[in-house]
Design a protein around this ligand. Structure first.
Ligand SMILES: *[C@@H]1O[C@H](CO)[C@@H](O)[C@H](O)[C@H]1NC(C)=O
Ligand SMILES: *[C@@H]1O[C@H](CO)[C@@H](O)[C@H](O)[C@H]1NC(C)=O
Ligand SMILES: [Cu+2]
Length: 320
């Protein structure tokens, strides 16, 4: 009897939100927010997630293995970009951005091979009282790595919904891929490189964790974030740390309590108060969740009241 009740509860939970998931559908670059599926491969499964860890659909979603009519946008290394969903992300879980270099053109590339690397991770924050907060937004922003070599790439957005804990539930991958041509690039060596599928096996604590029970730290599944992104000619960690972030707000200090604050790779970014690139707050206040700083950022560094500018890493500060 008990298991029937559990099953029934699970089914009605599913039924309540099958129609309102989310799609990473709108790219913003150089001040222009493009219409849905412009430079982004169109999936054919509406807004449903992919859940099979062995499926090639994990690369660019169902229907996204080929370009279809999708064209490719040219961007400069170091350019800021944003990705916006149709409906704000609402299932608890981490957000990541991956890239893969196309052997020929982005439009011709299916994403096969050990070619994918991760450029960005955004996980939960943990408060001193033990509560966690997930980065559930409608818009996520980042920067094309300055050290990225020129060429065509797939730019892959992924949010992993882990709200129905495994094994009773199964984590959900919300993914879409943009097609980009990078110019003005550097001579870095992106990595570590992984294959999709295969990059997540299902054994990772960040995949199997129950976020409702004893949840005090979190490691985002998949490869580590490429550490040489900002280096002009390589992947030396010291040159990463020497890049001056544009930020008007100090990074939140790590709590002195015993609760672990997991910041993934951004924890290694040193943001110094003597930073010469700090600019005075300028311009129209940025709305909550908008970008307010980061390497190369020339927009407003003032946040709308109720939010403050916090550095996520050297490339990106956000009003939170
Ligand atoms: C993926 O795994 C499932 C479950 O183990 C299996 O039924 C399916 O055939 C596999 N698909 C591929 C493409 O390997
Ligand atoms: C939390 O940290 C512990 C100790 O390092 C580790 O064993 C566990 O897998 C982590 N949990 C998650 C969800 O990442
Ligand atoms: Cu759902």
């Amino acid at each position: 009897m008990k298991s029937y009740a559990f099953l029934f509860a699970g089914l009605s939970l599913l039924a309540t939100h099958t129609s309102a998931h989310y799609i990473f559908e709108r790219l913003t670059h150089a001040g222009t927010e493009y219409p849905a599926y412009t430079y982004i491969r169109q999936n054919t499964n509406y807004n449903s997630p992919v859940t099979a860890l062995n499926s090639t659909d994990l690369r660019c979603n169902v229907g996204g293995e080929t370009a279809g009519s999708t064209t490719t946008i040219t961007v400069n290394a170091g350019d800021a970009f944003s990705i916006t969903t149709d409906t704000a992300v609402y299932h608890d879980g981490p957000f990541s951005i991956y890239m893969a270099k196309a052997p020929t053109t982005a439009a011709e590339f299916d994403g096969s091979g050990q070619v994918w690397f991760k450029i960005y991770d955004l996980g939960p924050t943990f408060a001193a009282d033990g509560t966690s907060t997930w980065p559930l937004y409608q818009t996520y922003s980042y920067t094309i790595p300055p050290a990225l070599p020129n060429g065509d790439y797939l730019l892959r957005f992924q949010q992993l919904g882990i709200h129905n804990p495994w094994p009773a539930g199964i984590p959900q991958f919300y993914v879409e891929c943009a097609q980009i041509t990078v110019t003005g690039g550097g001579s870095g060596t992106p990595g570590p490189l992984v294959s999709i599928p295969g990059y997540i096996t299902g054994d990772e604590p960040g995949y199997t964790v129950n976020i409702y029970s004893n949840f005090h730290n979190y490691t985002i599944p998949g490869p580590s974030v490429w550490s040489g992104q900002s280096a002009a000619g390589g992947s030396s960690p010291s040159s990463v740390a020497s890049v001056a972030p544009v930020s008007t707000a100090p990074v939140q200090p790590v709590s002195s309590s015993s609760v672990a604050v997991v910041q993934t790779t951004s924890a290694s970014v040193v943001i110094t108060p003597t930073d010469t690139a700090v600019v005075a707050p300028t311009g129209v206040p940025v709305a909550k969740y908008g970008q307010c700083g980061g390497t190369g950022w020339t927009g407003s560094t003032t946040c709308a009241s109720g939010s403050t500018c916090k550095a996520t890493n050297q490339y990106y500060s956000q009003c939170l």
